[in-house]
Write a protein that binds this ligand. Structure first.
Ligand code: BES
Ligand code: ZN
Ligand code: ZN
Length: 505
C-alpha cells in the first residue's frame, strides 16, 4: 500500500473515497446551528452546493465521534464519493479523536470496496496528523494470512493524506512518525493474531531477530541451557510441560553510547499459549490465550519503533517466552522455585505463570543495572474484572514514572489507570515455606500479582502494565478490526521518545 502526504486542491483529488471531518460546537461562531467545518470540509460543502450543511441542519448527521455519512459527488469533485466523519465537540479535539475517526472512516471506505482513499481531516497540527495516519493504517489492517477467498478483493492500494502544509518539515516528521508507529503496531498485531501452533517461543524469537536484523538492533536469543545457567527457575518451570523449549529474547538499542544515564528496560510477557498447565483453564474462550504473548509483542513492536526513529537513549527489550501446558513433566502446585535473583517462590496455581517468567526477566533487567524498568503483560483476569477491559492497570513504585506513563497513554490513546501497591496487600502473599507465595487469592488479584513482581525489581524505578483483556478486541465500537490490538507498542515507544527528549535538556 502506498501512503503519501500531499497538498492538492480538494476538487482535484482523484480517489474512490475522500474523507473529511466535521465537529460541532455549542459556542461556535462558525455556523448558527453549531456545525464546525474545517477548510477541506467547507470546500467540499461549497462544491456540493451546501449539501453537507443541509445534512447537518436536517439532523441527519450530528457530528458525533465516529459517525459517518456517505455522499456521492456526481462529478462535482474528481473524488467518486465523500465520507464525512464526526469528530464530536470542537472544543475537545485531541489526537485520539483523529485516530479513531480516521480508523473508522477508512475501514468504512475499505468495506465499501474503495481502493484509493484520501483523508482531508485538517489535522494540521503535527499531533493530529500523526494520530490520523496511525488511525488510518491501524484501521485498514487485516490479518489475511489464512483467508483463502475474499482476501484478494478487499484492500486499499493507496492512502493520501491531504494537508495545506505538506511541505512543512514538522508535518512531514509527524507523518513519518505515524507510519512508523502504525507499521510496528501492525507487526505486533501479526504476532498476536498468528495461531499458537505456528507462533511457538522459537518462532517468536525468530520473528524478533528478523525484525532486529532489518532495523539494526542488537539481538541475542538465549536457549534452555543458558536460561538454566542464569538460574531462571521461573521461566524454566513454566516451560517444563511443553514440547516447545523456552527462549529468552534480548533486544538492545544503543542510541546514546556515551550516556551516563541508566538504560531503560522494557519487559514483555511472552506466553505463546496459556492453557493454565496442571491448574488447567476451562475450555470456553481458551483460544484467546494465544494472545498471552501480547506484552512481549508490544515490547518487540516498541523496539522496532525506537530503532526506526533513533532517539538518543539506550533501551533494553526483554521477552521471556514459553508455552504453559499440562503434561507429565509440568511443574506442580506446591513446588518451590528459585528464581534468577535468588528468591524462592511457593507455587499455588500453575495458571499464574506469567509472573514467574516476568520475575526472571525483571531480575535480569536489575542485574543489567536498568532503571526505569517497565513491564507489560496480559497478567490477570482480576485486572479485567477491575477495569472492564477498557483500560489497562498501571502499578508503579515511582510517582513520576507513573505520571509520565499516564501522560503518554493519553497521547497514544492506549488507556491505563493507576492501581495501588500498598504494603497491606503483601500479607496475601506471605508464604511459610518460601520467600513469597505465587498468588494471593481471589481478592485484589491484579494487585497481589504486582506485589509478587515487586520482589524482583530491586531498587529500580519500576512500572507494571497489566493489559489482560486488551490484547484482543471484539470489534464493537472499535476503530480496528476484531483481533489483536497491538496495545502497548506505541505507548512504550512514545514514553522512550519523551525520555530521550527530556534528557536533552
Ligand atoms: N493469562 C492469564 C490472564 C488473562 C486473563 C489474560 C484474561 C487475558 C485475559 C494469566 O496467566 C492467568 O491465568 N492468571 C490467573 C492468575 C490466578 C490463577 C492467580 C487469573 O488472573 O485468573
Ligand atoms: Zn495463566
Ligand atoms: Zn497467562
Amino acid at each position: 500500500m502506498e501512503t503519501k502526504l500531499v497538498s492538492q486542491a480538494i476538487q482535484n483529488i482523484a480517489c474512490d473515497a475522500l474523507i473529511v471531518g466535521a465537529a460541532r460546537s455549542g459556542k461556535s461562531q462558525e455556523s448558527k446551528n453549531g456545525a464546525v467545518f474545517f477548510s477541506a470540509t467547507k470546500e467540499v460543502d461549497r462544491l456540493l452546493d451546501g449539501l453537507l450543511t443541509s445534512i447537518y441542519a436536517n439532523g441527519e448527521f450530528k457530528a458525533n465521534p465516529g459517525e459517518i455519512t456517505e455522499i456521492y459527488t456526481m462529478g462535482k469533485l474528481v473524488a467518486r464519493r465523500v465520507i464525512m466523519v464526526g469528530l464530536g465537540n470542537a472544543e475537545t479535539l485531541e489526537g485520539h479523536i483523529f485516530r479513531r475517526a480516521a480508523g473508522i472512516a477508512v475501514r468504512f471506505a475499505q468495506n465499501k470496496g474503495a481502493h484509493t482513499v484520501a483523508l482531508a481531516l485538517d489535522a494540521d497540527a503535527s499531533e493530529g496528523l500523526q494520530a490520523a495516519v496511525e488511525g488510518a493504517l491501524l484501521g485498514v489492517y487485516h490479518f489475511k494470512k489464512y483467508l483463502t477467498s475474499q482476501s484478494n478483493t478487499l484492500g486499499i492500494e493507496s492512502l493520501q493524506f491531504v494537508s495545506k502544509n505538506a511541505d512543512s518539515a514538522t508535518l512531514q516528521t509527524a507523518f513519518k512518525q505515524g507510519i512508523v508507529m502504525a507499521e510496528a503496531t501492525n507487526f505486533a498485531r501479526d504476532l498476536v493474531n498468528e495461531q499458537p501452533a505456528v507462533l511457538t517461543p522459537t518462532e517468536l524469537a525468530n520473528r524478533a531477530s528478523a525484525m532486529a536484523r532489518q532495523f539494526q538492533l542488537e539481538c541475542t536469543i538465549l536457549e534452555q541451557p543458558q536460561i538454566a545457567e542464569l538460574g531462571m527457575g521461573g521461566l524454566l518451570a513454566v516451560a517444563k510441560g511443553s514440547a516447545e523449549p523456552p527462549r529468552f529474547i534480548i533486544l538492545r538499542y544503543r542510541g546514546a553510547p556515551q550516556s551516563t544515564e541508566k538504560e531503560i528496560a522494557l519487559v514483555g510477557k511472552g506466553i505463546t499459549f496459556d492453557t493454565g498447565g496442571i491448574s488447567i483453564k476451562p475450555a470456553a474462550g481458551m483460544e484467546s490465550m494465544k494472545g498471552d504473548m501480547g506484552g512481549g509483542a508490544a515490547v518487540i513492536g516498541a523496539m522496532q519503533i525506537i530503532a526506526a526513529l533513533k532517539p538518543a537513549i539506550n533501551v533494553l527489550g526483554l521477552v521471556p517466552t514459553s508455552e504453559n501446558m499440562p503434561d507429565g513433566a509440568s511443574y506442580h502446585p506446591g513446588d518451590v522455585l528459585r528464581l534468577m535473583n535468588g528468591k524462592t517462590i511457593e507455587i499455588i496455581n500453575t495458571d499464574a505463570e506469567g509472573r514467574l517468567a516476568l520475575a526472571d526477566a525483571l531480575s535480569y533487567a536489575v542485574h543489567e543495572g536498568c532503571s526505569p524498568i517497565i513491564d507489560i503483560a496480559t497478567l490477570t483476569g482480576g485486572c479485567v474484572v477491575a477495569l472492564g477491559g477498557k483500560r489497562g492497570g498501571l502499578f508503579s513504585n515511582d510517582e513520576d514514572l507513573s505520571a509520565a506513563l499516564m501522560t503518554t497513554s493519553a497521547t497514544t490513546g492506549e488507556k491505563f489507570w493507576p492501581l495501588p501497591l500498598d504494603d497491606e496487600y503483601a500479607e496475601f502473599i506471605e508464604s511459610h515455606i518460601a520467600d513469597v507465595k505465587q498468588t494471593g487469592g481471589r481478592y485484589g488479584s491484579a494487585i497481589t500479582a504486582a506485589k509478587v513482581l515487586e520482589h524482583f525489581v530491586g531498587e529500580a524505578s519500576w512500572a507494571h502494565l497489566d493489559i489482560a483483556g486488551m490484547e484482543l478486541v471484539e470489534g464493537r465500537g472499535s476503530f480496528i478490526e476484531p483481533g489483536a490490538s497491538g496495545m502497548g507498542a506505541r505507548a512504550l515507544a512514545t514514553f522512550v521518545l519523551q525520555q530521550a527528549k527530556q534528557n536533552e535538556h
